[in-house]
Design a protein around this ligand. Structure first.
Ligand SMILES: Nc1ncnc2c1ncn2[C@@H]1O[C@H](COP(=O)(O)OP(=O)(O)O)[C@@H](O)[C@H]1O
Ligand SMILES: [Mg+2]
Length: 375
């Protein structure tokens, strides 16, 4: 898949415009606050139907606009050029491929694998489990786009169960959700562990290259309530173990008003040597860990799909030290995939990307081809 161009309307601070994207590297440069990340957000929405950093899709609508926002993009696929349109309005989100409505990202030609790498990602090592779950889940969704349907059904059942817990409903009513939660939860977790198993050796190799001389990277799946997990791990099926744990923890969950086991509460364990990176890693190490995970994800997609995913890099060069940035730039140059990246300083990327890159200046929401030397 190749993204050819992107057209936005009433999208955040972006002018209504069509922007051409290079089949190799596109560099968006400009001062802070001009709309660089917003453009990546538009691409991410187009490929995944989900927001990149926004909490809610409605945030993407230009402030002061009463109608919604629209993003359209043309993709070159084996079957020819196809147009994807995404619209966000008061009624929510609607997406179409060549005019035909689609509901989920897996209906976009079986999924448009897109890996984003943002300054927020660089912070996940030190923060709470949510960011690390998202890191893993985004890798799972690229690999298995239909996962999103299970994830949505799981979340629906979870919300209902939590509501019942808070209302102190009858145990029978609660128990009605345990079955679906265990079934969907087991599936979600299995997929996560599967993808983690695929990414692990590739991320470890990347980490060894990025962080020369450091202890090796370890990636582990940390299930919530491991006490119950381990006790029952002799049991035949993850689904049965989860069901058991849900039942056993019901009194405790009632006290707290939420469901304490299941994939929504699990974590991705990141260790350098045998030390949890969350507690012991330096800032430089933490960034190397995330960089290695992302490269592991990209390499895994390349291995399984036969081509590199679309890469979106948001201002990452300024967050990495010169050595790691140089590593990333040479990795990207060798990858020969499609990359859209943003930077405040085009010099940080110009050296490696110079030959085939298309440079756009972003200024007050307008994106226009420009010479990175500043003319
Ligand atoms: N919904 C919105 N409507 C209009 N402007 C917005 C909206 N959301 C964010 N912005 C504006 O977009 C600008 C930030 O764009 P951003 O892409 O983050 O900049 P950059 O990445 O170039 O630093 C800010 O000026 C912000 O106020
Ligand atoms: Mg930005």
């Amino acid at each position: 898949m190749l993204l050819l161009d992107v057209e936005t309307r009433a999208f955040r601070n972006l002018e209504d415009q069509r922007v051409q994207v290079s089949p190799q590297t596109t560099v968006l440069f400009g001062q802070n606050g001009q709309g660089k990340t917003n453009f990546l957000e538009a691409i991410y929405l187009l490929c995944t139907l989900r927001p990149l950093r926004a909490q809610k899709l409605a945030e993407l609508i230009r402030l002061g606009t009463h109608e919604g926002t629209q993003v359209a993009g043309r993709f070159e696929l084996p079957g020819g050029v196809r147009t994807v349109e995404v619209e966000i309005g008061a009624q929510g989100r609607a997406a179409r491929v060549d005019g035909k409505p689609v509901r989920d990202p897996d209906e976009l030609f079986g999924g448009l694998a897109t890996v984003a790498f943002t300054p927020d990602d660089l912070a996940v090592v030190k923060a709470g489990p949510e960011g690390r779950r998202r890191l893993l889940d985004r890798a799972v969704q690229n690999r298995h786009p239909s996962q999103i349907v299970d994830a949505r059904d799981y979340l629906k059942a979870l919300r209902s169960r939590n509501q019942l817990l808070r209302q102190r409903s009858s145990p029978d009513l609660l128990a009605a959700f345990d079955g679906p939660l265990a079934r969907l939860g087991a599936r979600l977790r299995q997929r996560r562990e599967e993808v983690l198993g695929e990414v692990r050796p590739l991320a470890q190799k990347a980490f060894a290259e990025v962080a020369r001389g450091e202890a090796p990277l370890q990636l582990t799946y940390l299930a919530a309530g491991r006490d119950s997990d381990d006790l029952a791990s002799a049991g035949p099926l993850l689904e049965e173990r989860l069901l058991e744990a849900l039942r056993r923890r019901q009194p405790r969950d009632e006290e707290r008003g939420y469901t304490s086991v299941g994939p929504h509460a699990d974590d991705l364990g990141l260790l350098v040597g045998d030390r949890p990176a969350r507690l012991y890693a330096s800032q430089g190490q933490s960034r190397a860990v995330v960089l290695a995970f992302k490269i592991g994800e990209i390499e895994n997609l390349r291995r399984t799909q036969g081509r590199a995913p679309l890469l979106l890099l948001d201002d990452v060069s300024s967050e990495l030290d010169p050595q790691r940035n140089a590593f990333l730039m040479s990795y990207l140059a060798a990858l020969k995939g499609q990359v859209v990246l943003t930077t405040t300083d085009p010099q940080l990327v110009a050296k490696s990307a110079a030959h085939e890159a298309l440079f756009h200046r972003v200024f007050a929401g307008t994106i226009a081809p420009a010479d990175p030397a500043g003319n």
